[in-house]
Design a protein around this ligand. Structure first.
Ligand code: NAP
Length: 316
């Protein structure tokens, strides 16, 4: 099968033929129609997960989100069958090897769910990791209707879902973005959009909300000490899947919370897919690229300004 893969440790990703994987116990082989891109794909392609001590089995296929048609199932899989349209995710587990930027992808059954008919393959492929990250970041702060939450990094894939999910809970959402993102974020449900290029986000939030916001969901940055926690009132909460200070650091600042590690299991994906199919959750697909341009898409994601999810379509 054709796949964007890293052939061996230290090598550059390339598209060429590699063996089609065989389904094993608890896995689902999916004929990929579309694969959503995420920042972690660039980390895998660059070999960064090796530095985290995760063993790699080469070739390592890039990509973790997919939507497609079930080609085969392994032993013990009974919630989907051959021919079903599904979406799913390659959960982060050793060894790092399977991926979705390929004609076929081997997914753990725990992260495969039927695709509702009303959701197309492209949008379904954009949903898993970013949607789960948004859901789980919000669950961690459990905001109440009427509270105000700052979403930093709101213009990206995770943020575009988080803004909508928070607004649907009756939360007043303060979102960050560039000026060109304002209309899109407002349409997704943001009550106020802060231009993160115009000055420190925490200062801008405090100027608008002198008492501070009730919580922060941080979805951008590499340095936890740079997270705009100063925007949050004393006793408020902080979560997020990007750079978030640890519990002790937050406690010292009079806050609770900590970083979240997203897990796009089928229990999380099924309701998200239903919401998207019903039109209650918009899937902000910024661009759709053929497999041959997947590496270019990953470059765009790394460079910023994608304006939502990038999805790669695969013709088998
Ligand atoms: N741990 C986990 O389980 C997990 C899961 C999913 C994602 N993540 C991480 O979460 C982060 C967000 O993921 P994503 O898929 O949403 O990525 P993304 O689509 O690249 O979005 C990141 C967003 O952050 C914005 N941004 C960049 N610099 C900013 C700044 N200084 N202040 C405010 N916003 C800024 C970008 O805006 P521009 O477009 O203007 O550059 C972009 O819209 C990434 O770091 C990703 O690795 C972690």
């Amino acid at each position: 099968m054709r796949a964007l893969h890293v052939p061996a440790a230290g090598e550059q990703p390339q598209i060429s033929d590699i063996p089609t994987p065989e389904p094993t116990e608890g896995t689902v082989l999916v004929r990929v129609k579309a694969a959503g891109l995420n920042p972690i794909d660039n980390a895998v392609a660059a070999g960064f997960l090796t530095q985290m001590g995760l063993p790699h089995e080469y070739p390592v296929v890039i990509g973790r989100d997919a939507a497609g048609v079930v080609e085969a199932v392994g032993a013990g899989v009974d919630h989907v069958a051959v021919g079903d349209e599904v979406l799913g995710h390659v959960l982060l587990a050793p060894p790092i090897s399977a991926g979705t930027l390929a004609e076929y992808a081997l997914l753990p059954a725990a992260a495969v769910t039927p695709k509702p008919a009303g959701l197309d393959f492209t949008k379904a492929a954009a949903l898993p990791l970013a949607g789960a990250a948004a859901v789980q970041s919000i669950e961690a702060i459990d905001p109440q209707a009427g509270q105000t939450v700052l979403v930093n990094g709101a213009s990206g894939g995770v943020g575009s879902f988080a803004v909508q999910l928070l607004a649907a809970r009756g939360v007043t959402v303060v979102a960050t973005g560039k000026p060109e993102d304002t209309d899109r974020l407002t349409q997704l449900g943001a009550a106020r959009v802060i231009d993160y290029t115009a000055g420190p986000v925490a200062d801008q939030v405090r100027a608008a909300y002198p008492d501070g916001v009730d919580a922060l969901v941080n979805l951008t940055g590499m340095d936890p000490s740079a997270a705009p926690i100063a925007a949050v009132r004393s006793g408020g909460k902080v979560s997020g899947v990007a750079a978030v200070p640890d519990e002790a650091t937050l406690a010292a600042a009079g806050l609770t919370g900590g970083p979240v590690m997203a897990s796009a299991t089928r229990e999380v994906l099924a309701p998200l897919a239903e919401q998207a199919a019903a039109g209650d959750l918009q899937v902000a697909v910024a661009d759709v690229l053929p497999l041959e341009q997947a590496a270019e898409g990953l470059g765009r994601l790394a460079g910023g300004g994608a304006g939502g999810k990038l999805v790669v379509t695969v013709e088998a």
